[in-house]
Design a protein around this ligand. Structure first.
Ligand code: HEC
Length: 216
């Protein structure tokens, strides 16, 4: 009989926790165990909500105008400021077909190609391999379907289509739009072309001075 109070208390708590407050919606904020006036924190910081008013700014708006020179981060529909060049930002011409070559607005030089190699080694080589043969490290971990760049289909593919694959991803390959800016993507396309060229070289590509080294 000594335990009757304990057992009763246990049963009350058990009943309450099983039945009580199930599915109840609360309209009031929960009780603060550590009130703000004792423990100042970030929970109740003063802040301005979007499109609200504010006495702080002279124009009375909480939203601030964008600073001059701001560039939109995401590719949007044609007509957006600085992004209305479909060839450069979507890899497509006016008819919506993929552009065959890297747009002229993008200057391809050695530095650009080296930047492309940089990005390629970071973002692509794990799957596609340093040579672009699809033998990256992920193959050893079961990612089998990574294609090589060294077949005719990919050699003849329009530059714009590769750009599009980098922008939107394909199959198991994710989009790189959040990691590579449009120009980064063109740099990677240029480097993929360089890899393809390198793997498709022939004796006639060897400079005359180096031919003796090959016994030619
Ligand atoms: C996580 C592994 C992975 C990474 C990283 C990756 N890819 Fe891929 N990539 C794939 C796979 C898998 C496919 C095959 C997709 C399909 O056809 O379903 C593919 C396909 C491709 C294709 C061929 C698309 C086509 O139309 O057949 C190209 C070109 C390509 N990747 C380029 C790149 C480049 C450039 C990068 C770096 C920015 C990159 N990939 C990063 C896995 C990857």
């Amino acid at each position: 009989m000594r335990n009757v109070y304990l057992v009763t208390a246990f049963l009350v708590v058990l009943t309450l926790s099983i039945l009580g407050l199930r599915g109840t919606l609360f309209v009031k904020a929960p009780m603060d165990v550590f009130p703000e006036w004792i423990f100042p924190g970030m929970k109740y910081q003063s802040k301005l909500k979007p499109q609200a008013q504010s006495k702080f700014f002279a124009d009375g708006r909480a939203d601030r105008p964008l600073p001059a020179g701001v560039v939109p981060a995401a590719y949007g529909p044609a007509g957006q400021p600085l992004r209305n060049d479909d060839a450069r930002y979507a890899g497509k011409d006016a008819d919506g077909d993929f552009v065959a070559r890297i747009p002229a607005a993008v200057k391809v030089d050695m530095q650009f190609l080296e930047h492309g190699r940089d990005r390629y080694v970071i973002y692509c080589a794990p799957c596609h391999g340093a040579l672009g043969d699809g033998q990256g490290i992920t193959k050893q971990y079961g990612m089998g379907a990574t294609p090589t760049f060294h077949d005719d289909r990919l050699r003849q593919m329009a530059d714009g289509e590769i750009f599009n694959t980098l922008t939107h991803g394909k199959g198991n390959m994710l989009s790189y739009a959040d990691k590579l800016t449009p120009d980064d993507r063109w740099a990677v396309v240029a480097y993929v072309r360089a890899l393809q060229r390198a793997q498709a070289g022939s004796v006639s590509d060897v400079p005359l001075v180096n031919k003796p080294e090959l016994g030619l």
